[in-house]
Design a protein around this ligand. Structure first.
Ligand SMILES: C[S@@+](CC[C@H](N)C(=O)[O-])C[C@H]1O[C@@H](n2cnc3c(N)ncnc32)[C@H](O)[C@@H]1O
Length: 263
């Protein structure tokens, strides 16, 4: 049997071979930037309110980082020590072309044995764990190599997602099951791995439908588009608790010895 890992490696290599326009990762078009960066801004805000955001002083590892979208974003936010990792060497080659300042590292998210425990202040994944055959294993590997916090931006389980969301993603011959998280799953996966009562698990549920929102916004004159997209997401805020996406921060250590979690 071909493993899910091999299929994913082949699928990403194929995308990197056939697509030659990655400009959406670096464009300054305000609509594209708003749609692409919105969830990352939420994650930074969640770190900030916990006193866990220090771009100039923190090291960040991005897992399943593809061609570097999150890395480029963080570098533009002032992070100077950012490593983008991915299963695919082809993706990392594109990443270095888009932003030569970024460090890159080929890594299988399910087994990062070459990375010692607590090596990076923050470990982040966006739209990556649901490509793994064993998403919870990928998550606990992130917990292991993180010193202070883990950020997980992944689909959230729920009625709407189950009714209209994609369950099986297909790209050519490659199929992928879309694994969806929820608060309880994240909580249990964290506590059973860290064996630590005080670990802080902060999942935030939001709506995220960039294709639809982008399409609607593009019906308007260019200068109004970001406002239209913001207004749509603003209107969805009262029902964010039903949202299809999770932006979660798990605090492993807040760096304050007086409050440090006990096993
Ligand atoms: C949908 S892309 C997301 C890329 C990036 N996070 C973004 O949002 O632009 C999923 C990425 O996960 C990577 N991936 C799949 N399985 C992986 C694994 N076992 N270890 C590391 N990366 C993996 C793929 O190569 C691909 O680049």
């Amino acid at each position: 049997m071909t493993s899910g890992i091999d299929l994913q490696r082949a699928a990403t290599a194929d995308i990197c071979r056939t697509r030659d326009d990655w400009s959406f990762h670096v464009t300054s078009d305000p609509l594209t930037r708003f749609l692409r960066d919105r969830r990352m801004y939420m994650a930074l805000q969640m770190l900030r309110v916990r006193g866990l955001l220090d771009p100039a002083g923190q090291s960040v590892l991005i897992v399943c980082g593809g061609v570097g979208g999150e890395g480029i974003f963080l570098s533009r936010q002032g992070f100077t020590d950012v490593t983008v990792s991915d299963l695919s060497e082809e993706a990392l080659t594109v990443c270095r072309t888009l932003e030569p300042k970024l460090r890159t590292m080929p890594l299988n998210a399910e087994n990062m044995a070459e990375i010692p425990d607590s090596s990076y202040d923050v470990v982040l994944v966006q739209d990556g764990l649901h490509h793994l055959p064993r998403p919870v294993l990928g998550f606990t590997e992130m917990l292991r190599v993180a010193r202070r916090a883990v950020v997980v931006i992944e689909p959230h389980d729920g009625l709407v997602g189950r009714l209209i969301g994609t369950e099986w993603e297909r790209q050519g011959d490659v199929v992928n099951y879309v694994f969806r998280w929820n608060r309880s799953l994240l909580n249990q996966a964290t506590r059973s791995y860290l064996l630590c009562k005080q670990a802080v698990v902060l999942p935030r549920r939001v709506w995220d439908h960039n294709l639809v929102v982008g399409k609607m916004a593009r019906r308007f004159p260019e200068r109004w588009r970001p406002t239209v997209a913001k207004t749509i997401y603003q209107a969805l805020r009262p029902v964010n608790r039903l949202g299809n996406m999770m932006v979660a921060v798990v605090v492993k250590s807040d760096g304050n010895p007086a409050r440090r979690s006990e096993r």
